[in-house]
Design a binder for this molecule. Structure first.
Ligand SMILES: [Zn+2]
Length: 279
């Protein structure tokens, strides 16, 4: 394993937000008896080995959704929990996007004069051929009792139809994957409709949340990020919003931005959406 490939940020006692190059985070929550890993990142490095440097407790793995930057390391674990609504998303990404992801990283890193995003011992062919060993279906409201702390799963269709969020009752932290952050991408064929997302966000807002942790940011968002998102969504206008082209797939969408009020260092909240997802 390449030294220091994964960089953990300690968010709270026994909660680590683990950064991996390529700008994605996985999160490890350690209880008295068990540990829970949220997402498996791209899986370019030895995440399972790295997790073992932080805890030796029995480990469960939960996926926030089926995109490859959250599921790429699945094969390193005997079993992963996922909302089965995201199986089509997972399979489509695995079949069509893995090669494109690798090519895009090569291109972007070379253009920026940066070293490879993966560790030196990365084997592209092996990575591309890896599959999830076993999916275990998640249930809405499922609780992972880690001993001294409980993690509750909430289904939250939005970014993808099978997206879920994880609530840590001990700290009041909500782990939101790509579903609550300063940018919401709800442009995919397998995204939910915006109205459905808003309904679920209103429900999630009722939880006693103290902070939100997203999969592409190394900070704890204040809960006002949810109001920022709702305000931005309410201002969407397909007539005036500019066209957005997905940098990897070339898919067209629309993009709207509003001022971000929740976090001083972040200027805008973005919603990238498909016109057909509005009702
Ligand atoms: Zn995603």
């Amino acid at each position: 394993m390449q030294e220091n490939y994964y960089k953990p940020i300690k968010l709270a006692e026994n909660i680590f937000h683990i950064y991996e190059p390529g700008n994605v985070y996985t999160t490890l929550i350690i209880g008295e008896e068990k540990a829970l890993l949220i997402d498996t990142g791209y899986g370019f490095g030895d995440l399972a080995g790295f997790v073992r440097t932080l805890t030796d407790k029995p480990l469960e793995v939960v996926l926030t959704h089926g995109h490859t930057d959250h599921c790429g390391g699945n094969s390193q674990f005997p079993m992963v929990y996922m909302n089965m609504m995201d199986v089509p998303t997972y399979l489509w990404y695995e079949a069509t996007q893995k090669t494109l992801i690798v090519e895009k990283f090569k291109r972007d890193r070379a253009a920026a004069g940066l070293p490879d995003v993966w560790p030196e011992d990365f084997d592209q062919e092996k990575w591309s051929a890896q599959h999830t060993r076993h999916f275990e279906p998640l249930k809405n409201g499922q609780i992972f009792d880690l001993g001294g702390r409980k993690e509750e799963i909430f289904f939250m269709p939005g970014h993808t139809v099978g997206s879920i969020v994880v609530f840590d009752h001990e700290t009041g932290l909500l782990f939101s994957g790509d579903n609550i952050s300063d940018s919401l991408w709800i442009m995919f064929d397998t995204s939910a409709r915006l109205s459905e997302y808003v309904e679920h966000l209103m429900d999630i807002k009722l939880l006693p949340i103290l902070g939100i942790v997203a999969a592409h940011r190394g900070i704890i968002f204040p809960i006002s990020i949810m109001s920022d998102l709702l305000r931005t969504i309410s201002c969407i206008n397909p007539e005036t919003d500019r066209t957005f082209t997905h940098p990897r797939t070339g898919q067209k969408a629309l993009k709207h931005r509003e001022e971000c009020r929740a976090v001083e260092d972040i200027k805008y909240i973005y919603v990238v959406y498909d016109k057909d997802k509005i009702e």
